[in-house]
Ligand binder design. Structure first.
Ligand SMILES: NC(=O)c1ccc[n+]([C@@H]2O[C@H](COP(=O)([O-])OP(=O)(O)OC[C@H]3O[C@@H](n4cnc5c(N)ncnc54)[C@H](OP(=O)(O)O)[C@@H]3O)[C@@H](O)[C@H]2O)c1
Length: 359
């Protein structure tokens, strides 16, 4: 069987949501080779119109049969939709890049950050997982240390934007800010407490071990992406009243000694990572500046003196949670699949060297 011809038929599932809309925008910005675009959502939005790259498209309901003839589907419509529809899409020959947590830790399903482990995509069998936004911005920076002084232990505390919860949470924060200014009570519906003027150490559900599921995603997903199954990782995930971009305070224990200057050099070599670190000029990564860009920013790099032998580093990592944290990485995965001839699942690809094969 030959590799799929371009341009591709591409579906975006959750096209009316925050991440889905960002996916459509990024596909257009990066001129992804799309012949036919199929924006999909639930029955609620089916029939509505969205404009992509100046062209109006009708939103269609995401049903199993809607994936007939689709080459590639970018899913961003929650875990339940992904669990139900990704296998249906894959059974129809479509390759799914899924943004939910439904498939990430499933053995055999690649979990990929484009500049960290793109080779893991080669063996995909129709479903590929896009990591959690907090993990996404962390692992390119950790990769630099893994491949340099080595990684022993990582402690991450996150400061996560409300857009990570979706469009309703953005409206809730804006409503609470208006209510505060008007001297009215702040209504909380999306979160268990008002997020306005607050910091909530509860993201996703609590697990039996006392961590939240969001915190545990950072632990398990980082290990899988970095191919370090025994890496010691701990995380506290906190929702803060920021609209876009997650920030992270990271403390790392390395195997060998490392200076902040050497760490900055290693970080700067990673594609898509930008070092912003000049405390005297008040220059360090900021959520507001990262918003709307595709890079991961790292700064405040310093020696952590609580680790003996110059093997401790502390730093601050910021990235746009909707772009690199979700949509951009999904599109970058799609780009790798096209460039390397891996759009079709591995078992349906022609072996290298066979006529008609491009893999
Ligand atoms: N925001 C982030 O930073 C981020 C990062 C990584 C991963 N994610 C994940 O991405 C997903 C979406 O996030 P979001 O922020 O875009 O949420 P959102 O703004 O609330 O949008 C949800 C989207 O899913 C669609 N949808 C809901 N139920 C559906 C169904 N049964 N069938 C088909 N479509 C359905 C909605 O369509 P309707 O218009 O029809 O309701 C809408 O397009 C979630 O799984 C989230 O965990 C988000």
């Amino acid at each position: 069987m030959s590799e799929i011809r371009q341009p591709l038929t591409v579906a975006v599932v959750g096209a009316t949501g925050l991440v889905g809309r960002t996916m459509l925008q990024i596909l257009t910005e990066r001129e992804f080779p799309i012949g036919d675009l199929r924006p999909m959502a639930s029955a609620r939005s089916a029939g509505s119109t969205i404009t992509v790259g100046g062209r109006a498209h009708t939103v269609i309901e995401a049903t199993p049969d809607a994936f007939e003839g689709v080459d590639l589907a970018l899913f961003s419509a929650g875990g339940a939709t992904s669990k139900a529809l990704a296998p249906e899409a894959a059974a129809r020959g479509c390759t799914v890049i899924d943004n939910s947590s439904a498939w990430r830790m499933e053995p055999g399903i690649p979990l990929v950050v484009s500049q960290v482990n793109p080779d893991d995509l080669e063996a995909h069998e129709g479903i590929i997982a896009n990591p959690n936004c907090s993990t996404m911005q962390l692992v390119p920076v950790l990769m630099a240390l893994r491949d340099g002084p080595g990684l022993e232990r990582v402690i991450v505390d996150t400061y996560q934007a409300v857009s990570g919860t979706g469009a309703k949470a953005v409206r809730e924060l804006e409503g609470q800010i208006r209510a505060h200014a008007a001297g009215e009570p702040k209504e909380a519906a999306v979160y268990p407490h008002p997020i306005g003027f607050n910091a909530l150490p509860e993201i996703d559900v609590f697990l039996d071990n006392g961590y939240t599921k969001e915190e545990w995603k950072v632990v398990t997903e980082s290990r899988k992406i970095l191919h370090l199954p025994d890496l010691r990782v701990s995380c506290t995930a906190v929702r803060v009243p920021v609209l876009t971009s997650h920030s992270e305070a990271v403390h790392v224990e390395t195997r060998d000694p490392v200076t902040p200057a050497r760490a900055r050099e290693l970080f700067a070599r990673v594609p898509g990572v930008v070092v912003e670190d000049d405390p005297a000029a008040h220059l360090y990564p900021l959520a507001t500046r990262a918003a709307g860009t595709d890079e991961v920013y790292v700064g405040r790099v310093r020696t952590d003196p609580s680790v003996p032998g110059d093997r401790g580093l502390a730093f601050w990592v910021v990235s746009d949670n909707l772009r690199k944290g979700a949509a951009t990485n999904a599109v970058q995965i799609a780009e790798v699949l096209v460039e390397r001839g891996w759009v079709r699942r591995a078992s349906e690809r022609a072996p290298v060297g066979v006529a008609g094969g491009s893999a």
